[in-house]
Design a protein around this ligand. Structure first.
Ligand code: PLP
Length: 372
């Protein structure tokens, strides 16, 4: 069993993907070729955001978003410690200070009720993460941000395709950032990412920052980065977009099968909570449980791969702890030791899911009896 089965996905879309790659090889415009603009148009349409700007990765998207907002030394940016390191990395790289706010124990997303007390005159932005593919509490966060004149950047690296109160993830705040890392719900075959906004000024700034701050050839209006997504990767995402809605349905099917098999179990295995007013794209299907290390070993012994997203919250990471010495995030600290992601993806069969759940529940009900 694969944790994320990219091979089956390629086999299912082989012709389309090969055709798109061949077209790029034939025209030879490897940088900013026609597929770049085509993808940006398609993704803007998909999310209903006015602008989409493709970039080199999800990390680069976060960095460029903060640069476009003018975030720098002396500024504070509120975010969650329960995320991939890139969320905080972008803040720190610009010389700003990450201010960590704890998560809601039900969804594992940043708790909007705790944000207000962390806002200071130096706060410039809030970066919620739509973790595991489920949008954060964006309306509550937007409302707090608006009252204080600060920006909300959605880290939607895991949630492209999810919806929230009828709107699409990536278009839920002033800027949305996503990633096309191969294992994300919409992935390419290398690194890639995108920025979304409906603000014309910010869009212009982000487009320029992506290409070394260039407004015209060799005129550098601002300091930028080498942040383009290459044509081949855009072509691959265009091919994968064709089957994306079907894949999202399959992800829902797989999650519903997991939910049904885990419902009311006596082994204390609880899927991470989801809210009624939004959908998840299940970048991960994650459960909360006790005795994780032993259970992972048992599953591994049965050929079932698992992963931990994420074992150490960022305010406890060696390079970040001294940047946020006051951070108190007890929910994140506790859940970091209890979350475990199970195999997930559109090509995972109900039969495989039954095997995962049976093995997991048996091991979790009798942890001491199982050989490790
Ligand atoms: C994957 C991920 C990123 C970074 O995306 P890359 O394309 O790998 O740079 C940022 N934030 C979160 C929450 C992610 O899951």
């Amino acid at each position: 069993m694969e944790f994320i089965d990219l091979k089956s996905q390629y086999q299912a879309s082989r012709e389309l993907i090969n055709g798109r790659i061949q077209a790029v090889l034939d025209h030879g415009q490897y940088i900013m070729g026609p597929e770049v603009g085509e993808l940006e148009e398609r993704l803007a349409e998909y999310t209903d955001a006015r602008h989409c700007i493709t970039v080199a990765s999800g990390t680069e998207a976060l960095l460029i978003a903060l640069m476009a907002l003018g975030v720098g030394r002396g500024d504070e940016v509120i975010t969650t410690p329960f995320t991939f390191i890139a969320t905080a990395e972008a803040i720190v790289l610009l010389g700003a200070t990450p201010v960590f706010v704890d998560i809601d124990p039900y969804t594992c997303n940043i708790d909007p009720a705790l944000v207000l007390e962390k806002i200071t005159p130096r706060t410039r932005a809030i970066i919620p993460v739509s973790l595991y593919g489920q949008p954060a509490d964006m309306d509550e966060l937007n409302a707090v941000a608006e009252r204080h004149g600060i920006a909300v950047i959605e880290d939607a690296a895991q949630s492209f395709g999810a919806s929230y109160r009828g709107r699409q993830s990536c278009n839920l705040s002033v800027i949305g950032c996503t990633s096309f890392f191969p294992s994300k719900p919409l992935g390419c075959y290398g690194d890639g990412g995108a920025l979304f906004t409906s603000d014309d000024e910010l869009a212009k700034a982000m487009r320029e920052i992506r290409v070394h701050g260039q407004s015209k050839r060799y005129v550098h209006t601002r300091v930028g980065v080498g942040g383009r997504m290459d044509t081949l990767q855009c072509a691959i995402v265009l091919a994968k977009l064709e089957g994306f809605d079907w894949e999202l349905q399959q992800r829902q099917r797989a999650a519903a099968t997991y939910d049904a098999l885990l419902a009311g179990n006596a082994a204390g295995v609880r899927p991470v909570g989801r809210r009624e007013d939004r959908t998840s794209v299940y970048a991960q299907y994650t459960v909360v449980l006790e005795g994780r290390a032993e259970l992972q070993a048992v599953l591994q012994a049965h050929g079932i791969p698992t992963a931990v997203h994420y074992p150490v919250p960022i305010h406890k990471q060696p390079a970040y702890a001294q940047l946020a010495p006051e951070a108190r995030c007890p929910v994140s600290d506790a859940l970091a030791g209890k979350v475990m992601s199970l195999p997930m993806g559109p090509y995972l069969s109900d039969r495989e899911i039954r095997t995962v759940c049976a093995t997991l529940l048996q091991a979790a009900s009798a942890p001491l009896a199982m050989p490790v």
